[in-house]
Design a protein around this ligand. Structure first.
Ligand SMILES: Nc1ncnc2c1ncn2[C@@H]1O[C@H](COP(=O)(O)OP(=O)(O)OP(=O)(O)O)[C@@H](O)[C@H]1O
Length: 268
């Protein structure tokens, strides 16, 4: 429902969840998530392995729908629209809410065609050359590759490939970009380039990022949610949010001891 989702882009809170419980079959992977994600900010999800950061992230563009055993209860609003309402088309959701994965995954196509792929699919009628150039500029890749747009995207360096994936996500003019450990396969210099890029991108987009890198969360994000995981009576290891606040509060004066222990590297 393009129009419903398009016209939904109004409120300053981009996502709001209410008591979200997320399951894979009988397994309660994450419980009781109530969180608000503000517009044009970078929100980081941190926490030990298996606490459900990626699971929660993938609910925001309905990517978990592709997993058969997945289901949820509670509410997830995108602006004021219930994202899981029956009339909502998950394909349209994924156009508005783009995603960049851990491992750069350009298509085995030219750099140009990687960026033009989404807009072509959507029947973009404007000037494609201009859109490709603009997207590559926004992804801070243009200067590196402007003379070799016909080269294969897969032949770029890892850091360049990840910026190409960001350009590809931007080209369909999303509202939100979800990033699942986007720098974990990159060297430190490429990582810093992507982090700088995030600061530019947040002027136009709302960004959610899962990261294992504490320094990255503290350097790059405005808000941070710290997740933890604990076993319930059935022995299931269920994730939950311990604390969610401005990033400087989480890293310098968290309210919870568990947060303090995690951000100071004492566990996780
Ligand atoms: N497709 C799936 N089917 C069943 N269980 C799953 C699936 N994906 C994730 N899980 C389980 O859900 C829980 C949360 O996993 P998730 O990957 O969201 O955690 P995470 O915090 O992102 O972990 P990591 O930091 O290691 O990537 C884990 O117990 C995991 O095994």
């Amino acid at each position: 429902m393009a129009s419903e989702l398009q016209s939904a882009r109004k409120t300053e809170t981009v996502f709001r969840t209410e008591n979200l419980n997320i399951y894979y079959g009988d397994f309660l992977a994450v419980r009781d998530i109530s969180i608000e994600i503000p517009k044009n900010k970078i929100t980081a999800f941190i926490g030990p392995s298996g606490c459900g950061k990626s699971t929660v992230l993938r609910c925001f563009n309905r990517l978990n729908d592709l997993i058969k055993s997945f289901h949820l209860d509670g509410k997830l609003f995108y602006h004021d629209q219930d994202l899981y309402a029956p009339e909502i088309d998950p394909v349209e959701v994924r156009r508005q809410i783009g995603m960049v994965f851990q491992k750069p995954n350009p298509f085995p196509k030219s750099i140009y065609d990687n960026v033009a792929f989404g807009p072509r699919l959507l029947g973009y009628k404007g000037d494609m050359d201009e859109l490709v150039e603009r997207s590559l500029k926004q992804a801070a890749l243009w200067d590196d590759i402007k003379d070799k747009l016909k080269a294969m995207g897969t032949d770029l360096s890892g850091g360049q490939q990840q910026r190409l994936c960001i350009a590809r996500a931007i080209a369909v003019q999303p509202d939100v970009i979800l990033m699942d450990e986007p720098c974990s396969a990159l060297d430190p210099i490429s990582t810093l380039k992507v982090e700088d890029l995030l600061q530019e991108l947040k002027e136009k987009y709302t960004i959610l990022i899962v990261t294992h890198n504490m320094q990255q969360a503290s350097r790059a994000s405005d808000r941070t949610a710290f997740f933890n995981v604990e076993a319930n009576a059935k022995g299931q290891r269920t994730g939950y949010i311990v604390e969610y606040d401005r990033t400087e509060v989480i890293f310098q004066s968290p309210k919870e001891q568990a947060t303090q222990a995690y951000v100071s590297g004492r566990f996780g």
